[in-house]
Design a protein around this ligand. Structure first.
Ligand code: ADP
Length: 471
């Protein structure tokens, strides 16, 4: 209710009470008149005073709601009161402004931090290496998706799990806890993680993060997969030891027979000849071995010079057959040459392709008993634009379990070991030339005791194709 009306109501009640007193004879009329005048004046004054206070308060309220720092005070009487209020308000207003500015600044900083955090997260998530961060209370405070996949868990940054629960009893857990305790800046370990699909080898770097007080804040573990590098280095070592082993055998033989000749153990001309032939045979084997090893490593390293030109594949087959004819005749093996084809041009290095066909043909002769037969065929697939060459023999065949390993380096079929001597490099060289150099495909089909079919598929050269040299 309005203050002015309240005062007037109080005054009216006072007058009514006085009139009642007069009527009841309790008060003389003159006193009543005086009281009325005085009361009226007081009420008027008080009403006016309260009315002004109310106006000022309204003005202040308006000021507050309008958030304006200036208030125009009209009353001299209320000036001290309003001035006090104004200065208090001004201070409140100023501190509110400061708080608002600070708030804006904090918001800005917060946005920046959020953006930086998501940037760091994006970087971490895109890293192929597994990254794990563990704090001094053994809590996992950060892990990227590679780490989640590797250790099979889901990371939730709002509820950092214990590193002990995530890594269980793994050697990585031991390393992390040891690094947390030791405060060593960087440590490097090799780590093997067993998985259903085989072991994975990691180069694991653990780094200690130290806070301003020199205490270990956390340990960052980065696991880089080195399984492939390890395999390559193992394959290289195997290759070197295989080559050395293969070189040793003919060398030992040459050495032994040369020694016997020097010691005069060959009494007659026939024995001398026999020893010399053995030495020559072993020297030839050594030569072939070294040639094959060099050819394979040249192709693998991309250092080999390839002279690709369009050639008729059937012509290459016939040339190779001619080279092998006398060898086949020695074993009374009949060889059926391929029929000419209308369009059989392939863009190949002729010497290399001749080597491929010679290797396959010599194997066919080598692993076919006396009196057998070899059939060489070529077939064009117009739809795919390819030509397929197959060399089928009636030889000893290959057990099924050996078929997918045949084209590996130094692989020799144990069951056929005694049938013929070899290095186990011939088919690997065939594969390298056909697949790595010419972008073709090799294949084998075989039935033990019945014979084998080795072959390859090459893309046909497009008519008028330019000479392309991939190496
Ligand atoms: P090698 O010098 O031992 O013949 P290759 O790499 O040419 O080396 O052949 C690997 C193995 O594949 C041989 O040891 C042999 O057992 C088997 N092999 C290759 N060709 C034939 C074939 N036509 N018939 C039967 N076995 C074969």
């Amino acid at each position: 209710m309005n203050l002015k009306y309240s005062i007037w109501i109080c005054f009216s009640i006072l007058v009514l009470l006085s009139v009642c007193c007069v009527v009841a004879g309790l008060m003389p009329t003159a006193v009543l008149v005086c009281l009325g005048v005085v009361g009226g004046a007081a009420a008027g004054g008080l009403g006016s005073l309260f009315w002004r206070i109310q106006k000022e308060l309204q003005s202040i309220t308006r000021t507050l709601s309008a958030e304006t720092p200036f208030i125009a005070s009209s009353s001299v009487l209320l000036k001290p009161l309003t001035n006090g209020l104004i200065s208090a308000l001004r201070k409140i207003y100023e501190s509110r402004q400061e708080i608002r500015l600070e708030n804006q600044e904090l918001n800005l900083q917060f946005q920046l931090l959020r953006r930086r955090k998501s940037g760091v997260e994006a970087i971490l998530n895109s890293i192929q290496d597994a990254v794990l961060v563990c704090d001094s209370q053994d809590r996992l405070i950060l892990a990227n998706p590679s780490a989640e996949r590797l250790f099979d868990f889901k990371f939730d940054s709002s509820q950092p799990p214990s590193v002990r629960n995530v890594l269980k009893q793994s050697s990585l857990l031991e390393m992390i806890l040891k690094t947390l305790g030791s405060r060593v800046r960087h440590v490097r370990h090799e780590l093997t993680v067993a998985r259903d699909d085989g072991n994975i080898c990691f180069d694991c770097v653990l780094s200690c993060v130290v806070d301003d007080a020199g205490q270990t804040a956390c340990v960052v573990a980065v696991l880089h997969d080195i399984t492939r590098e390890k395999e390559i280095s193992r394959a290289k070592n195997d290759f070197v030891s295989h080559v050395s082993h293969e070189l040793k055998t003919p060398l030992a033989s040459i050495n032994a027979y040369a020694e016997m000749l020097v010691d005069g153990e060959a009494q007659d001309a026939a024995t001398v000849r026999q020893f010399c032939e053995i030495i020559q045979g072993q020297a030839n084997r050594l030569n072939r071995l070294i040639e094959d090893v060099l050819n394979i490593s040249r192709i693998e390293s991309g250092l080999v010079k390839v002279n690709r030109q369009p050639h008729s594949l059937v012509m290459i087959l016939r040339d190779a057959l001619e080279m092998m004819q006398s060898y086949a005749k020695e074993k009374d093996i009949t060889v059926q040459a391929p029929l000419p084809i209308l369009y059989d041009r392939v863009c190949v290095d002729k010497d290399m392709m001749t080597q491929v066909v010679v290797n396959l043909l010599s194997n066919a002769v080598k692993y076919t008993p006396v009196g057998g037969s070899i059939t060489v065929q070529s077939e064009v697939n117009d739809v795919e634009g390819t030509i397929t060459v197959s060399i089928t023999d009636t030889g000893i065949g290959i057990p099924q379990q050996d078929l997918d390993k045949l084209f590996g380096k130094f692989y020799r079929v144990e069951a056929n070991e005694n049938f013929a001597k070899g290095t186990g490099l011939g088919l690997n060289l065939v594969k390298q030339i056909v697949e790595t150099v010419h972008g073709g495909r090799v294949f084998v089909r075989s039935q033990q005791g019945k014979g084998s079919t080795f072959g390859f598929v090459l893309p046909l050269a497009a008519a008028g194709q330019a000479v392309v040299n991939p190496h």
